[in-house]
Write a protein that binds this ligand. Sequence first.
Ligand code: AMP
Ligand code: GLY
Length: 431
Amino acid sequence: MNILILGSGGREHALAWKISQSPECNQLFVAPGNAGTSELATNLPELGNHFDEHGKAQIADFIRKHDIHLLVIGPEAPLVAGITDYLKEQEDLKHLAILGPGKEGAALEGSKDFAKAFMQRHSIPTASSQTFTKNTIEKGVSFLRSRALPIVLKADGLAAGKGVIISPTYEEAEYSLKEMLLEERFGSASQKVVIEDYLPGIELSVFVLTDGKDSIMLPEAKDYKRIGEKDSGPNTGGMGAVSPVPFADDAFITKVKERIVKPTILGLQKENIDYRGFIFIGLMNVKGDPYVIEYNVRMGDPETQVVIPRIENDLLPVLLVAAQQKLKTAQIQVSKDVATTVVMVSGGYPDAYEKGKLVSGLGNVKDAKVFHAGTKAEGNQVLTNGGRVIAVTGKGKRIEEALQNSYQAVQQISWEGVYYRKDIGQDLLNL
Ligand code: AMP
Ligand code: GLY
């Protein structure tokens, strides 16, 4: 079958890498793709950059012309923009299997207010919260002053992972609330602000593949969000990841399934939301009990780069049946090995950075898998083309061995200004 993947990050390279190994995979396209995906698929640099009506129509045309059977949507932007609904409305594309929810389901990520209300409706454990707008700002101030410190403020809409502020004082929280609502600090994303209690604990990401009725849990992972070592400095898209996570033992995962995954899927059904795709649940482990911090309606990046390499069987038929609402009979086999990934970024990221730097040493990598993110092929050369450039995944029987394989490969690769964290996984070594 012919397959189209939307996206251009490390997540999409990892998905393309896995899908391309399937005997069922005929032609594989990635729109727009990166230098890594160009080695195993056909990149479509002009497609998948815009999701207005014109951008959606271009994607539909491509699907028609190239007889695409399965569409896998990597990032949240096309989902929130309603690409799935648009394609489902095309009479001549009824045969297309689409992995990724429509606009309604995507609101679980696209609107934190919707996600919180959904969790409240279905008794899914999460921090207590209330939502405020410009018109209710004074109530927002009294609400936050009535809660314990620190207090968490979240822009309602998509803000590239930057819309969350954790304030240690009421004064700072009040200032941030006003800045978000009155000055639209995160653009239209902060027209509504969710104020919620701070949850103390260790974070964990779990991934579910669902067809809206049945679901499969994929391996869990831990992400390293801050730019600096020991989790310092500003948030990024993710600087590294580890899977499995030692504290996510069977007892904890059972609680996650019973208290969070089951009621989430049932809640979607009760609300008549046709959800076929991944659900990425950001959790806080608070003294052994899971609480939802956020839903994402896609896989994580760089978590995918450690989750996918641990899946041993052919994933393509599983993705297909999820998109066709026939997931019930599907299974995955997960390796007991540990996978770690270290993200190499452009100097200056997550603030301003330069692109177009020559990446060298890729050919010297042994015992690790390089997943490209912000890269671009130019002739035989690979150039940097984004903030997060490459994720290097190592595997091993133990986390130490996986990290050694990742870091040995990282040391082979360089470009002007390259930066990476040297402490990925260190916090998990002595658990
Ligand atoms: P989010 O964009 O919702 O993933 O939030 C970004 C980060 O803020 C999360 O990864 C957490 O580290 C932190 N965070 C968000 N909500 C809370 C909360 N209620 N309590 C503690 N930390 C939080
Ligand atoms: N690594 C976090 C995310 O993909 O949102």
